[in-house]
Structure formats: structure tokens, C-alpha cells
Design a protein around this ligand. Structure first.
Ligand code: ARG
Length: 460
């Protein structure tokens, strides 16, 4: 038998394989609440414009609420033969209220319907992502506050570079996440226009009020071009690209936690709540959550590339290709939200090993730059010469298996006879970090100033 919704010109029903490739209900049931919300706005508008009678509009309104409660309670029976969420809802509505249900689809198409539902869903996910990012920012800020003075090694090339503070390192991620948050805010603002009323592609001959439905659904305005409204999925791509960057940042932090929690580094202790054991090696405490966060970015990036690839080269207006947008976005959104929650939990629980961090900060000739700067300041050497002299001192210390502060003054003066005992002051890691007080630098004074700035947004 042919399809109840569109089968008028069909003599036979679809092949089972046709049904399998065509149906989206398996995943787009996640749009049920948005679909019903948009239908309610549409019906209310049709009644206001005299396109529906008030009686029919009321029947539709009540019927849709019943459908929603059936879906929420899990008693709704989804049908693959009805393809997607839109036809599943409408078909149940017809069972509930009869003929009036058939009037709901006046001046509307599934093309503007799905574009509207999906925009509403993605808009909600932007809000959720912003909330999740803010929770993580708060956790990092608390770490920064506790460790504003905690000295640790800073790396470039993963080789010891210069001492920094734990607070400074935590705040670096707060800044990245703040940009991620603003990307979701931008995406949300840009996508907040209503496609509803674009109908199939060309608009409609009915005297609808698109401003009314836009407002009812919390959109800023109706989209200005009906072809564009049903054709583009750039709003979903904006979401995915913001999600990709956020997941990339999470993955870098996750990698640092994996390294830092090793027996070789021992920079940080992760809580038992966010670690797992091994079934064979009794001593193991593995940072699985961090590893999975490190990996989740793959799904998000995959979704971005997949949807970009679906959209490239598609002629206007709607093509069924676009049904492939949803699973990618759902999976990316779920992955991102889980990664954000896990990272927030891990960061909240982790403990920096202060003594070990200090010890590591003082090794690897981490204050060599301070020594070179001292030669410039105290002896008036050009920086390039100071760099060379310091290099020779590092070589000497390395040959002897000691660090810079352990070289005697005689040994130093053998390399450059202008060096005086004052030099030892700059070789200490506390002095080193305190001296880097340029704006945005690692000095505790600067870190405290940045924490105070962030506390205006996120009070303790
Ligand atoms: N399930 C479809 C989708 O997700 C809904 C729109 C279908 N429109 C159509 N003309 N077949 O894209």
C-alpha cells in the first residue's frame, strides 16, 4: 500500500530497502520536542490569520500536547514506514483528533519544518555548550587561584623552557575556552532566524505571518529568502566548527594530564573518581577519562568534515542528502558535552604535586634565559653575546652533571670574568617567575590580576 502522507500518485508501496535508506525516524526522533513546538507556533499563526478555524487550532494544540506527553513517557510507537519525526507526529495527531490534523500542514512543507526543528535543536546545543564551557572555566579558575604561586616548568618542544606558574598554565586554558564560548555565542546569534514559512522552497500563497512564528519560537526574525531557508545547513556547520575547536582544546589539556600523571612526571594526581585500574597489573591507575577526551575530538572533526562534504556541490534548494546532517551533529554534540563534563570533573578533582613541580622547574637549566638577561642588565653585554656566554655555562654544568645554581663563582668567572655573586639571585625559580611581570606574563602578580579579572565574570 502506498504512503498515507504522500502516496496519492503511487500505485505500490516502497521496497524494504527503499524504506531502510529513506527513513530518518531512528535518529530524528530527537527532534520531537522542537517539531511539536514549531507545529504549535504554526497552528497558532494559521488561526490568527484565519487560515484555520479556532476550533481546529484548539484541537491541534491539545492533540500536539498529547503526542508530546506520549513521546516523553516512552509510550509513543515510532514507525519506520512513516519515515521521519514530522510524519510520525502528524500521523499520531490524526489518530487522536481526526480530520483537523490534516489541516496543520497548510502553508508548510517538511523542508521548512525540518530546517526549523533542527535550528531550534542546534540553538539549544549552543546554549548547552556555553554552559558546559563555563563550568570548565570555573574549575580551571579555581585551580589557578590555588596555584597562582606554584612554580612549574614551562615547555617548548616538550623540553624545559622557562619556569612558569600553575596558575598561569591553568589560565591559558581559560582564555582558549573563552574564545570557544564566544564562537558558540556568535554561531547562536547568526543562526537565530526562522526558516518556518519558507514552505517547500518558494514561500506560500497563503497569507501567513512569518514574523509571528519567528517570535513565538524565540527567533530574532524570519529568514529573508525562502530558498536559502530550506537549503543551507551552515548553522549546523558553524556549530560543528565551534565544537571542533573546543574539542581540540580539550584534547590538548587531556594530553597534558596524561603526561603529567605518569610516574616519570608526577606533576599531578588525578582522583580515583576519574581513573581506572588494570585487570592484570595491580599497580596501575590509568587516566582513561583524559585519553577518551583526547580521542573524542576525532568524532567531532569527523562530523564537521562529513557535513561539509555532504553540502558541497548541492544545488538549491532541498535535497535528501541533507537528511545526513543530523546524526553527525547529534554525535558531535553528545561527544563534546561528555568530554566537557568529564574534563570539568577531572580538573575539579586533580591535585598538583607542588614539591615535585618546583623540583622539575629548577632542573633542565630552566633559568638560563634569566642568566642571559642578567648579563645584559648587569654587564651591558649585547643579548647575542650573553646568549653565547650562557650557553658555555650550561655546557660546563651539563658536563659536570649539575644545574646552573651549583656552578661556583670561580667556574662562572672562568667563562666570563665580569660575573659577580649577584647572579645567583636570578637563578632561583621563584625570582625567575616573579621577574616576568610584563602584561600577561607568568609572574604571580600578573596571574593574580588576571584571576581578579575573571572573577568579575565568575565570582567565587
Ligand atoms: N527527514 C527529512 C530530513 O531530515 C525531512 C525533510 C524531508 N523533505 C522532503 N521533501 N522529503 O531532511
Amino acid at each position: 500500500t502506498s504512503n498515507a502522507m504522500w502516496g496519492g500518485r503511487f500505485a505500490a508501496g516502497p521496497d524494504a530497502i527503499m524504506e531502510a535508506i529513506n527513513a530518518s525516524i531512528g535518529f530524528d526522533k530527537r527532534l520531537a520536542a522542537q517539531d511539536i513546538e514549531a507545529s504549535r507556533a504554526h497552528a497558532a499563526m494559521l488561526a490568527r490569520r484565519g487560515i484555520l478555524t479556532d476550533t481546529d487550532a484548539e484541537l491541534i494544540r491539545e492533540g500536539l500536547l498529547t503526542v508530546l506527553s506520549e513521546i516523553d513517557s516512552g509510550e509513543f510507537r515510532f514507525s519506520t514506514a512513516l519515515e521521519d519525526i514530522h510524519m510520525n507526529v502528524e500521523s499520531r495527531l490524526r489518530e487522536l483528533i481526526g480530520e483537523a490534523a490534516g489541516r496543520l500542514h497548510t502553508a508548510r512543507s517538511r523542508n521548512d519544518q525540518v530546517a526549523t526543528d533542527f535550528r531550534l535543536w542546534v540553538r539549544g546545543q549552543c546554549d548547552a555548550a556555553i554552559e558546559g564551557i563555563e563550568a570548565l572555566m570555573r574549575a580551571l579558575l579555581a585551580q589557578a587561584e590555588d596555584g597562582a604561586e606554584t612554580v612549574m616548568p614551562g615547555f617548548t618542544h616538550l623540553q624545559v623552557a622557562q619556569p612558569v606558574t600553575w596558575g598561569h598554565h591553568m589560565l591559558a586554558y581559560v582564555e582558549m575556552l573563552a574564545r570557544d564560548r564566544s564562537r558558540f555565542e556568535d554561531a547562536r546569534a547568526r543562526m537565530n532566524e526562522s526558516p518556518l514559512g519558507a514552505a517547500a522552497l518558494a514561500g506560500t500563497s497563503f497569507p501567513i505571518d512569518r514574523h509571528f512564528t519567528a517570535q513565538a519560537l524565540g527567533f530574532d526574525r524570519p529568514m529573508a529568502n525562502s530558498l536559502d531557508a530550506v537549503s543551507d545547513r551552515d548553522f549546523a556547520l558553524d556549530f560543528l566548527s565551534a565544537a571542533s575547536l573546543t574539542a581540540t582544546h580539550l584534547s590538548r589539556l587531556a594530553e597534558e594530564l596524561v603526561i603529567w600523571s605518569t610516574a616519570q612526571f608526577r606533576f599531578v594526581t588525578l582522583s580515583d573518581r576519574f581513573s581506572t585500574g588494570s585487570s592484570i597489573m595491580p599497580q596501575k591507575k590509568n587516566p582513561d577519562a583524559a585519553e577518551l577526551i583526547r580521542a573524542k575530538v576525532a568524532r567531532v572533526n569527523g562530523a564537521l568534515v562529513a557535513l561539509l562534504t555532504v553540502m558541497k556541490g548541492l544545488p538549491l534548494a532541498y535535497s535528501k542528502d541533507m537528511q545526513e546532517d543530523k546524526e553527525q551533529v547529534f554525535d558531535a554534540a553528545d561527544s563534546l558535552m561528555l568530554a566537557l563534563a568529564a574534563m570539568t570533573g577531572m580538573v575539579g578533582d586533580m591535585r598538583p604535586n607542588v614539591d615535585r613541580l618546583r623540583e622539575a622547574a629548577a632542573s633542565g637549566f630552566s633559568t638560563a634565559t634569566d642568566l642571559a638577561d642578567w648579563l645584559v642588565r648587569a654587564l651591558g653585554l649585547p643579548f647575542r653575546d650573553a646568549h653565547h656566554v650562557t650557553g658555555a655555562l650550561v655546557k660546563r654544568a651539563e658536563d659536570r652533571g649539575v644545574d646552573l645554581p651549583e656552578l661556583s663563582l670561580e667556574e662562572m668567572r672562568a667563562v666570563h670574568d665580569g660575573i659577580t655573586a649577584d647572579v645567583y639571585e636570578v637563578l632561583g625559580v621563584e625570582n625567575s617567575v616573579a621577574s616576568r611581570a610584563s602584561y600577561g606574563g607568568t609572574a604571580p602578580t600578573q596571574v593574580r590580576a588576571q584571576i581578579a579579572r575573571w572573577r568579575e565574570t565568575f565570582p567565587a
